[in-house]
Structure formats: structure tokens, C-alpha cells
Design a protein around this ligand. Structure first.
Ligand code: ZN
Length: 134
């Protein structure tokens, strides 16, 4: 069963963006940097899901380009699926456009892939594989 793992939000300043969630009484995770995506991020757990606040660490980061083009705001929706390889295989077979053909390995060792907005009704979609759920 798929679930919303998190919503990714592109922000100009992490520290400014964090404060609104802290004012709402939410807990903000320590900052971490993901070198290969050239972003710095925090996670804000909200119920069973999370918000991911993303700040670019470089001009050529996808987040910097997104903000330049569209301003701050929701950048992607991340769904957690039980079997990522199977999902990717099915999508490729159906001609779904992926941002990269390969499944990538994230900072915490988690596997992820991005599906291009042209195949999802205009929303950049990240897919991750569920670990903690049986
Ligand atoms: Zn994400």
C-alpha cells in the first residue's frame, strides 16, 4: 500500500522557513546536506507524513532553478511504495518519463527515483521504498 512519505517544499532560507513550523509547535529535524542533489534540508514530521524543507546549496541545484522559475513553494510529492524496482519497471514499460533512469541511493541509504511532471499531471513525484512498514 502506497503512502505519502513527505511533501518537498522549496525555500530560499531554511532558517526562515523552519521558524513557522516551530511556531506551530512542530519538531524540526537537524539540518542535513545531500551532496548529490546540492540541497540542505530538514524534515518536519506531521502526523504519519512529513514536510521536507529544501534549500539549494548551489546555483545549479534543481531547487535553485525551481525557485528562479516559479518562486518558493511545493516542489514535489513523495510516495512510499512497497517495491520500488517493480514500480519503476512497470512505469518504464508504460512509457512513463522518469527524471533519471536509474534508482538512486540517498543519504540514509534509502532508494529513490523522481518521475517527471509531464507524466504525472504537472507534479514532480518522488518514489521511495518502504522500510519500516511490513
Ligand atoms: Zn523528497
Amino acid at each position: 500500500m502506497a503512502q505519502i512519505d513527505h511533501l518537498g517544499i522549496a525555500v530560499k532560507s531554511l532558517s526562515a522557513a523552519k521558524s513557522i513550523y516551530e511556531k506551530l509547535g512542530l519538531t524540526v529535524s537537524p539540518e542535513e546536506t545531500v551532496e548529490q542533489e546540492r540541497v540542505r534540508l530538514v524534515m518536519v514530521p506531521v502526523g504519519e507524513s512529513r514536510l521536507e524543507l529544501l534549500e539549494a546549496t548551489s546555483e545549479d541545484s534543481a531547487i535553485a532553478k525551481f525557485i528562479a522559475k516559479r518562486g518558493e513553494g511545493i516542489h514535489h510529492v513523495c510516495l512510499r511504495v512497497p517495491d520500488l524496482s517493480a514500480a519503476v519497471e512497470r512505469m518504464k514499460k508504460d512509457g512513463v518519463r522518469l527524471v533519471s533512469d536509474e534508482i538512486k541511493i540517498g543519504a540514509g541509504g534509502h532508494k529513490y527515483v523522481f518521475v517527471h511532471p509531464s507524466s504525472t499531471g504537472g507534479v514532480l513525484m518522488e518514489l521511495v521504498e518502504s522500510h519500516e512498514h511490513a
